[in-house]
Design a protein around this ligand. Sequence first.
Ligand code: NAP
Length: 488
Amino acid sequence: MTIATSEQSVIDSVNKQLFIGGEWRDASGGGTLAVEDPSTAEPLCEIADGTPEDATAALGAADEMQEEWGKTAPRERGEILRRAFEKIVERTDELALLMTLEMGKALAESKAEITYAAEFFRWFSEEAVRIEGRYAVPPAGAGRMLTMKQPVGPCLFITPWNFPMAMGTRKIGPAIAAGCTMVMKPAQQTPLSMLALAGILEESGLPGGVLNVVTSSSSGGTMGPLIADPRARKLSFTGSTEVGRKLVAQSAEQLLRVSMELGGNAPFLVFDDADVDAAVEGAIVAKMRNIGEACTAANRFHVAGGVASEFAEKLAKRMDAMKVGRGTEEGVEVGPLIDGDQRDKVGDLVDDALGKGARALVGAEKMEGSGYFYRPTVLDDIPEDATLLKEEIFGPVAPVASFDSEEAAIAAANDTEYGLVAYVYTSDLKRALRVCEGIETGMVGLNQGMVSNASAPFGGIKHSGFGREGGIEGIEEYLETKYVAINL
Ligand code: NAP
């Protein structure tokens, strides 16, 4: 397939080298790696394939800049973020096209991510000037206590492919605001959005060495040595629980400060007092945002027995009407999955459920042709032992199971190792509060299918990780508290 001129020009506009110490440079061995369009399975371009030596040079640049950057006036740090926020918003259309090309999601969804990503810069531009300490009289009255907040130091960031820009700005924004320098390694499948973002921060006046970006085909090979390097002080990772667990173990060597934004298995509960139509609309957002490839995606629907069939049928009708195709095409709502492995995994989970007695109301099949498309799917009569109730599906598949009591609904919601987010639909305020308190997750969407908001603390518990991104909590991840005991 030949690629349209406007598409080629946004790809051409991105610098495809490594960004180290304020300079763009080729990988030390001169190697490159291909970036693919998941809607055609064809290559889009080549980018630098960074080596461990390049990664070490990037950490060296971050370390060298840390002291100076940590002393920069908070207002100056905030204004750099504010300028970058404005530039991202101005360039929403071209950045969204770039994101759709490398990740596959529909253009409208890419635009929504650009807005969401930019909001982290606006929020943390405002937080940069509100870093405070405390002056107190101790209980015994003698002396005084002073606490101050200082930047953690050079940070290591690793991000996934599903939200190529927002998963970066959620880390870069607070780190810049707090006065930390950083090395960022984006996912190899979607590096272009991050490279474009680095260009925007450079234009916005971010001094060289504060943000260093290393793209690589060997994530463990490049980041492993940095995690073991005493110059790094913090590791913030967004990705799978499996990789997160390994990184926590590696980070124990240097006792790094660690934030982990890991996988999810979100339950979506619909009680019999809920507005079923509103629940179906919420389900479409919670399930189909990002083609189901979101850590916050509703993974399983637990619906009160009395309304389960009505909910499943209405959801199936809505899902069936969604237009699937290349994300750049007019009216497309559902793009391809990221690669063949992900599509096979989704297909296997559906086949497992069907084999154990589930019923397909719509979908349940791969789509023919190039690209990694899977038809939006609703499964009913889900048996308790279906694997997709336990595992993150990461695709456009909605399994619907029924429950017969509030206790059973909460028990089903909590029957998972994950604890990122849950969705609850009910019109009974007392029940809403009981269920929100009883659910073991870091976030709950109450009568709404989306929780993401730059001004809110995003994060999970249990195997979904620890640490919070966004909100007034987000900057704390990048600050150390120093206490000074004062003898008067
Ligand atoms: P992944 O396989 O864990 O990869 C995430 C990042 O880690 C990529 O940059 C990857 O590099 C890198 N990586 C992989 N192995 C590594 C290693 N041994 N050492 C250092 N880095 C390594 O996850 P994914 O498939 O990209 O993303 C999907 C997962 O992310 C899902 O589980 C989803 O739930 C989770 N997620 C969580 C949140 C949240 O906030 N909780 C948000 C979004 C996504 P390569 O690209 O080179 O493989």
